[in-house]
Design a protein around this ligand. Structure first.
Ligand SMILES: Nc1ncnc2c1ncn2[C@@H]1O[C@H](COP(=O)(O)OP(=O)(O)O)[C@@H](O)[C@H]1O
Ligand SMILES: Cc1ncc(COP(=O)(O)O)c(C=O)c1O
Ligand SMILES: [Mg+2]
Length: 271
């Protein structure tokens, strides 16, 4: 039997199944890896209040206890973070990555859910920037999050994305992927990769209807799966772009508010 590669997600629960820890574990499975998880928050969406999101963070000590369980088997091959929920949780994640000298760390700096443009918690955004970016093998902000992390505010062009990628790289992330995605105007879904030396533009035609709830989590989880399987960062990002594009194309309308990606789309329906 071939070696089993291990992946870990530290993220929130999305009961609607498209994003969060559910997206991550489904994607890890698609990559043929063994997925571990540590739950940080529970998110509910209320159909009686226009799909309003409620976020319930866990105690940081409970997150640390879950991580102790996971690491009882030694470091995993690659890990990712998603919604973290509070500064003490971010501190617990930082100390775990340092303690176990964890390689292949993907930081998805989740600050907003789609359709909402308020940062969930501004202190958490600062803590992600100051404590987690320096540990990131790769970080995957969406356009809004890249504006916050870089301090450049609203980004609207590829040149502004390049400036933001440089600023985020200077914060210590070894590789940066800014997802122009659904938020950048135009006919293409454009993401920008930067490793401190070169820019690579990854693009695909924008899919309509955009069943893209969970696309960001799925993209970061796919990068994590690729790294666990031994791909370089650049290869893992390029494959993840194909994987998430197929997942959006295979997505479906769940209700009047949301259409999630289908994580098995790449395997079942191809590119
Ligand atoms: N309508 C779409 N068509 C094609 N690709 C998309 C679409 N919406 C998002 N993507 C892609 O999905 C990934 C996640 O991007 P995005 O949805 O912007 O992130 P987030 O979910 O974190 O806000 C990126 O690779 C982005 O380019
Ligand atoms: C638990 C959780 N994590 C992350 C996200 C962000 O999801 P996306 O992949 O659409 O950025 C959401 C959005 O609803 C969520 O509920
Ligand atoms: Mg996201």
């Amino acid at each position: 039997m071939s070696k089993i590669f291990k992946t870990l997600t530290i993220a929130g629960s999305d009961s609607s199944g498209g994003a969060g820890i559910q997206a991550d574990l489904k994607t890890f499975e698609e990559y043929g890896t063994y997925g571990f998880s540590a739950l940080t928050t529970i998110v509910t969406m209320d159909p009686d209040r226009g799909w309003h999101h409620n976020v319930y963070p866990m105690e940081a000590a409970l997150v640390a206890e879950q991580l102790k369980t996971v690491y009882a088997g030694g470091p995993v091959d690659a890990m990712k973070t998603g919604m973290l929920g509070s500064v003490p949780i971010i501190e617990a994640v930082e100390s775990c990555i340092r303690k176990y000298d964890q390689p292949n760390v993907v930081i998805d700096p989740v600050m907003v859910c789609k359709g909402e443009d308020e940062v969930l918690n501004p202190e958490s955004a600062d803590a992600i920037r100051d404590l987690l970016l320096p540990l990131a093998t790769v970080t995957t902000p969406n356009l809004f999050e890249a504006g916050v992390l870089s301090g450049l505010g609203r980004l609207t062009t590829l040149d502004e994305m390049k400036a933001a990628a440089q600023a985020i790289y200077k914060r210590g992330a070894k590789n940066v992927v800014i997802k122009g995605g659904k938020a950048l105007d135009g006919e293409m879904a454009i993401d920008l990769f930067y490793d401190g030396a070169e820019y690579v533009v990854l693009e695909s035609p924008k899919i309509e209807p955009a069943y893209n709830h969970g696309a960001g989590c799925t993209f970061a989880a796919a990068i994590t799966g690729g790294l666990a399987n031994g791909l370089t960062v650049k290869e893992a990002v390029a494959k993840a772009k194909k994987f998430v594009t197929a997942a959006i194309r295979s997505g479906y309308r769940f209700n009047e508010y949301v259409g999630p990606v289908f994580h098995a789309g790449y395997r079942l329906n191809g590119e």
